[in-house]
Write a protein that binds this ligand. Structure first.
Ligand code: HEC
Ligand code: HEC
Length: 263
């Protein structure tokens, strides 16, 4: 049973980050404070690091509060305990990972799907220490320094063992999530493109449009940077020098679909 849990857990983390590995943005309009993680963190240091992620780079406090309802998200007090019973077959660790990596899969009653998936914002190590911090809010912390180290390594490599491990956990909730996130849907991407992009880009993305350049073949990293943040990946030479295109943060869940459509 324990082995299964370890596999589920690994699959979840590796699955998300093999997908995001090359596209974890490190910059925002205001440069986030660097949070240094060391794989030898003690439990207290992990929690402290998680608290720092929560209040700085993660900008969780924009929506959440602890001990009362947040401006837009639920009270996170006691979430470490609650997390164990939120979803059948998911322990607290997995549930909290899921709520950070793919928040819209399970919605807390009465709330809208507006929390951004943190894989595009935080590094795997940062996600892991944030989970440790969340567990400390009323629950038992069972994130270990090994988990943090494993997560940091996932972030560093882009190999994808997920396809080999996934069949073993077929039919599980975790697997479903991974499959949803792993591959964008080109048809959905096309609809998003036709709705939000062709005012400026060509209906055929391989051609230049009335205002925007051709964008067929854009990488996920480029799309994420451009559409979410109005920026470019480091070292990318833009096709145009202009700064006409506005960020469209409402498309946070459509980047994968757009990537698939533009392939
Ligand atoms: C833009 C607003 C927003 C931001 C930023 C945000 N959240 Fe959320 N969060 C929500 C909303 C709304 C919900 C409830 C809907 C849902 O479950 O997704 C939620 C749900 C959650 C849950 C599930 C709570 C439960 O009781 O099951 C956790 C855990 C959580 N957020 C943690 C975080 C952390 C940690 C951060 C920062 C790294 C963060 N959130 C950033 C809006 C936000
Ligand atoms: C208001 C017009 C406008 C809209 C709407 C728009 N774009 Fe753009 N886009 C541009 C322009 C103009 C550029 C060139 C850089 C600039 O001026 O911002 C650009 C550049 C880009 C680039 C970078 C191209 C490169 O390789 O340098 C990508 C990728 C891109 N757009 C994707 C999209 C996607 C996807 C959508 C729809 C979700 C979209 N754009 C919607 C006008 C627009």
């Amino acid at each position: 049973m324990n082995t299964i849990k370890v596999i589920l857990f690994t699959v979840l983390v590796v699955g998300f980050y093999s997908f995001y590995a090359n596209s974890i943005p490190q910059t925002e309009s205001h440069p986030p404070k660097k949070i240094s993680l060391d794989a030898k963190l003690s439990e207290d240091e992990m929690i402290e690091a998680g608290e720092r992620v929560y209040s700085t780079k993660g900008t969780c406090g924009i929506c959440h509060a602890i001990g009362r309802k947040g401006s837009r998200g639920p009270d996170l007090n006691g979430v470490g305990l609650r997390a164990a019973n939120r979803r059948e077959g998911m322990n607290a660790k997995i549930y909290l990972l899921e709520s950070l990596l793919d928040p819209s899969v399970y919605l807390v009653e009465g709330y809208a799907p507006m929390m951004p998936p943190m894989a595009g914002i935080l590094t795997p190590g940062e996600v892991m220490v944030t989970v440790a911090y969340l567990q400390s809010l009323g629950g038992q912390v069972n994130i270990t320094p090994e988990d943090v180290r494993a997560a940091m390594q996932v972030g560093a490599s882009s190999t994808s063992p997920v396809t080999e491990v996934a069949p073993a956990v077929e039919e599980t909730a975790v697997n479903t999530i991974i499959n949803e996130v792993k591959s964008g849907d080109a048809e959905k991407g096309k609809t998003v493109y036709n709705t939000f992009c062709i005012a400026c880009h060509n209906p055929d993305p391989a051609l230049a449009g009335p205002i925007g350049p051709e964008i067929k073949g854009s990488s996920r990293e480029l799309l994420e940077a451009r559409v979410m943040r109005g920026q470019y990946p480091d070292d990318y030479t833009p096709k145009r020098e202009t700064k006409i295109m506005p960020p469209m943060t409402n498309l946070v869940n459509d980047i994968d679909h757009l990537t698939e459509f533009l392939k």
